[in-house]
Ligand binder design. Structure first.
Ligand code: PMP
Length: 374
């Protein structure tokens, strides 16, 4: 049997990883500035994380959600403390798409409405509802017909106000658009969304799957705008590689018993993985490090005349390369053994572990200097 063909693959086979580094089957070392697409938050194979999962595996790995699992409660409390959302409730699932799917479902049940406002170039996942709220011509689903979704340009206040009405169940927005190439919503735009959702009885869903968990330099990127969301979706960095998703739900959203659920969500291994991630984030000051190292990296990148539109927050950084240098990402990977992300042909995305050191950032800058000159 062969694998179903869904992803374009690089001919590289990582077999080991630690901190911000990967090693392939030939023993070559790679600097990881992609974090497996913003998944690695506390560094690869952090000893605390490995120990927590390994020990739990020897105690109890799984039972169904029909019994009490105190680890879930512990996780909810710790996540509430670190995120500043102590009053919200946590629903645990297994991926970002599943978190968004449930968020949209919840919003529809809570408001009795079906219409959703999403944003141009958004990406929310590939399940039916999540893909319907995704504005990408290459990522669609034949089941989309039943969804009532309007796409508005990001940061366009007039277009948003024109689309908003008392029929809207939810507005769903990425804290920072990731797949689109790192596009940051303006603070005042998020504040407008908050006011308009309140005025029209709609729920504001913040997709923090990629931008959350400290990556932006705050626990959630929408906290730069000083607003609170009704529903927040999480995945990626939450488990540092262990598949897990989460939905944080405001106490004002009424439960829809029996409508949300998943066999694996909140399993013991996922919980201890997530708890270890939160412990390390707090103890090692990784939110602060994301801000400090990210700001330094962004400042230095802005000094390269060839790089256009350096943008982002914390360790979620994007920049465009001119047409003459569109092989830069391949050169970084195959010549200098540095993983980065892409968006289209022009944009390079940096989504490293939140533990990235200044020395690791400097190594990348030195390589850029070699490839681009200053
Ligand atoms: N939302 C955002 C903002 C994402 O970047 C992604 C993944 N790239 C998803 C949702 C979907 O997450 P998953 O792949 O875990 O379903």
């Amino acid at each position: 049997m062969k694998l179903f063909d869904v992803y374009p693959l690089f001919d590289i086979t990582p077999v080991r990883a630690q901190g911000s580094y990967l090693w392939d089957d030939k023993g070559e070392q790679y600097l990881d500035l992609y974090g497996g697409h913003a998944v690695i938050s506390i560094g690869h194979t952090h000893p605390r994380y490995v120990k927590a999962i390994t020990e739990q595996l020897g105690k109890i790995a799984f039972y169904s959600n029909s019994v009490q699992n105190p680890l879930q409660q512990q996780l909810a409390e710790e996540l509430g403390r670190q995120s500043g959302y102590a009053d919200h409730a946590l629903f645990l699932c297994n991926s970002g798409a599943e978190a968004n799917e449930n968020a949209l479902k919840l919003a529809s049940f809570a408001t009795g409405r079906k219409k959703v406002i999403a944003f141009k170039q958004s990406f929310h996942g590939r399940t039916s509802g999540a893909v319907a709220a995704t504005d990408n011509p290459k990522i669609v689903s034949p089941f989309n017909a039943g969804h009532d979704i309007v796409f508005v340009p990001l940061n366009d206040a007039a277009a948003f106000e024109a689309a908003m009405s008392d029929e809207v169940a939810a507005v769903i927005i990425e804290g920072i658009q990731g797949v689109a190439g790192i596009r940051v919503p303006e603070d005042r735009f998020l504040q407008l969304l908050r006011r308009q959702c309140d005025a029209h009885g709609a729920l504001l869903i913040l997709d923090e799957v990629q931008s959350g968990y400290g990556r932006s330099g705050k626990f959630f990127s929408h906290q730069y705008a000083g607003i609170q969301a009704d529903i927040i979706t999480l995945a990626k960095g939450m488990g540092n590689g262990f598949p897990v998703g989460g939905v944080l739900i405001s106490p004002g959203v009424r439960p829809c018993s029996g409508m949300l659920g998943t066999t694996f969500g909140g399993n013991y291994l996922a919980c201890v993985a997530c708890l270890a991630v939160l412990d390390v984030i707090a103890e090692e000051g990784l939110v602060e490090n994301a801000l400090e190292t990210g700001s330094y990296l962004m400042e230095q990148l802005k000094k390269f005349p060839l790089l256009e539109q350096v943008r982002g927050r914390g360790l979620m950084i994007g920049f465009d390369v001119p047409e003459s240098h569109q092989s830069l990402r391949k050169a970084l990977l195959f010549k200098h053994r540095i993983f980065t992300g892409a968006s289209g042909k022009q944009t390079i995305r940096l989504l490293p572990s939140l533990s990235l050191s200044k020395a690791e950032a400097d190594r990348f800058l030195e390589v850029l200097q070699l490839e681009l000159g200053s």
